[in-house]
Design a protein around this ligand. Structure first.
Ligand code: ATP
Length: 191
């Protein structure tokens, strides 16, 4: 049997404890053997001054996952044509790592819009989807063995809240994974 890797994508601007808690939970309590936090690059057509440089966001992901079993960082989308579609990322990952089966990890908010995603039925049938709850979003389940709903615990934290707090001079160390607060301070980010 191939190892199953969950691709958990995001902008991670910055990565926070909620992301790490979820990834760790899924690697321990679902059929996923590993979870790869997969960095979405800057979109050249949607330049946002809030979105930090790819390299900073990648460095923070590396600090946050250092020494955490079953949770890894994936930067494959940084070298792919943009904007990147999930189906293309999954195809590329499968070519590069034929020893793994890839699933995607998405929140209930995205699941409810999933039929708008490019090639969504191929994502379900050829790969697989793991859905975790998001507060305020009711889940519309379907009876497909390739779509697994996991009742993961959620931390009430968001990157937006963290960026705003830093800009307002607050200490947000307790919301951030190991090393990330030091990195933000040392590089004077989000001010
Ligand atoms: P922002 O506030 O900048 O939109 P975010 O943390 O909501 O950031 P991303 O950095 O893109 O979003 O996070 C990647 C994924 O993590 C998203 O799909 C989102 O559903 C999920 N996520 C965000 N916050 C949490 C949380 N507290 N617990 C679990 N998952 C979360």
């Amino acid at each position: 049997m191939k190892k199953v890797v969950g691709i958990f994508g995001g902008s991670f601007n910055p990565v926070h404890r909620g992301h790490i808690m979820l990834a760790q939970y899924l690697s321990q309590h679902s059929h996923l053997d590993e979870v790869w936090l997969t960095l979405s690059p800057q979109n050249p057509f949607k330049v946002s001054k809030e979105l930090l440089d790819d390299n900073h966001r990648l460095s923070m992901l590396q600090l946050a996952t250092d020494g955490i079993d079953g949770v890894e960082v994936c930067d494959i989308e940084l070298s792919m044509p943009r904007p990147s579609y999930t189906i293309n990322t999954l195809e590329r990952l499968s070519q590069e790592y034929p020893q793994y089966q890839f699933n995607i990890v998405i929140g209930g908010d995205n699941w409810n819009l999933f039929d708008k995603w490019k090639d969504y039925s191929r994502i379900i049938n050829e790969y697989g989807v793991v859905v975790y709850p998001r507060p305020g979003y009711e889940l519309n389940p379907i009876g497909d063995t390739n779509v697994v709903f996991v009742d993961a615990p959620l931390a009430d934290v968001s990157s937006t809240e963290i960026r705003n707090s830093i800009a307002n001079g607050k200490d947000v160390e307790e919301l951030l994974p190991q090393g990330v607060w030091e990195y933000i301070k040392a590089n004077n980010l989000y001010n």
